[in-house]
Design a protein around this ligand. Sequence first.
Ligand SMILES: [Zn+2]
Length: 317
Amino acid sequence: MNILFSQRSSRWDSLLFPIEDNRFELTLQFRVRLIRIEPTSHFMDPGTYMNGDGFLRYLDGHRTIKLESWADLEWETYKRDFKSVIERNWGDRFVLIPNKPWYTPRAGSAPIPAPIKCSIAIQVVDFADQNPHFKFRCIHFHPDIQQSNFQSYASWYYGLGIITHEDLQFYWRLKATKVGKQQHQVEFGQILVLHEFGHILGFDHVNGESNEDWAYGVTVDQKADTMGIGYHFANRHAEPWERTLKRHLVRENRYDNTVKFIGQTNGPQIIPYWDNNWEFTPTPSASGSNQPVPIDDAVRGPAGVIWGHMANRPITE
Ligand SMILES: [Zn+2]
């Protein structure tokens, strides 16, 4: 097996490097241009436009969004946070596991089944001539408007998206969701920019390629997905790294051709949703105990909420 360390493409660049004797790291590298949109900005995109009068308008004429200016310091912080939120949440989330030994650390040593850590590196750029892979227009909407009036989006096809000053924060959304035969009021936690970045990585919505409500998920599990309205990452989200790895490996013989890598999540994943109509049903434990889970066993979620009645609590030890 020969390894190409560095690769370029129009979607993202990538680096494959040994990080220890027995482990590799595959980093997807993005240059993302963040465009500061002010009330005076002008642009024309495939769904929205601005003509400098303080409003972002939808081409279909249905909605206008009143904007306000970014403060200079707020904008600089936003650009920094954009990088760290994406790198921390999409990066180091998955690992590619080989089905057999494929890497020889040094001449004469036996080949080993080295796993590959999946990372992301974001370089925020300000100008078009820095060859960004993707660009986001960043709006700061006026406090008068309801956030629900505007829907952030990202189009893999156009290499373009629009996000808001609130999209780097964790927030909760209440959605009536069918659980069994009943309708439950379920709150889903999400950091929206992670969903939009999922589109840049090539993912559609969890339940299909559409912007209709059903595409964001019907069941609790679908909605809880990061490509629904939640924060859950699944094994299938390692696919961009699986695909990118193929560009780095030069297979030289029949054995090399039988080496396969499967992406999986790197450790337990938090599932931040809260079912307001959840009822505790005791299940017999290994010791035969039927006691409800004591409150001390509750788990703290990412927003500081105690997950007392979460059906599928994350493993904490
Ligand atoms: Zn989306």
